[in-house]
Ligand binder design. Structure first.
Ligand code: ZN
Length: 123
């Protein structure tokens, strides 16, 4: 396990790239994929480019898991699959209570320092 190298940036500008959730687009067939996707599942091309997403979507499913906290112990974390309005499904951390609604729960990407391996969305 490697030590975290992140330093919390204060009010410095310079994290503009983190303001937008980037997704991947297949250069060959234009399909859109989640950020971590390595190759196109449609045409088998591995020529994917990064494009900005709207950062809004709907929760497909979610659950609460226990995760090791920074100071030891377990911290509950809500992990979810979010279907972006563009179509791709991404794994994400959720902040806020997921309402027990019948309809889709709308969430919005939140820019955060990269201290997590999932993008963070808020309900
Ligand atoms: Zn493709």
């Amino acid at each position: 396990m490697s030590a975290p190298t992140l330093q919390h940036s204060s009010h410095d500008a310079g994290m503009v790239a983190e303001e937008i959730l980037m997704i991947r687009r297949c250069v060959t067939c234009d399909r859109l994929f989640a950020p971590m996707t390595a190759g196109c599942s449609s045409c088998s091309s591995d020529d994917l480019e990064c494009v900005p997403s709207s950062g809004v979507g709907s929760v497909v499913s979610w659950r609460v898991v226990d995760r090791a906290g920074a100071r030891g112990g377990l911290v509950p974390l809500t992990v979810a699959i979010v279907e972006l309005d563009e179509g791709p499904w991404v794994y994400a951390s959720l902040e806020g209570e997921v309402p027990p609604a019948e309809g889709p729960v709308r969430v919005q990407f939140q820019p955060r320092p990269r201290d997590d391996r999932f993008p963070v969305f808020v309900v």
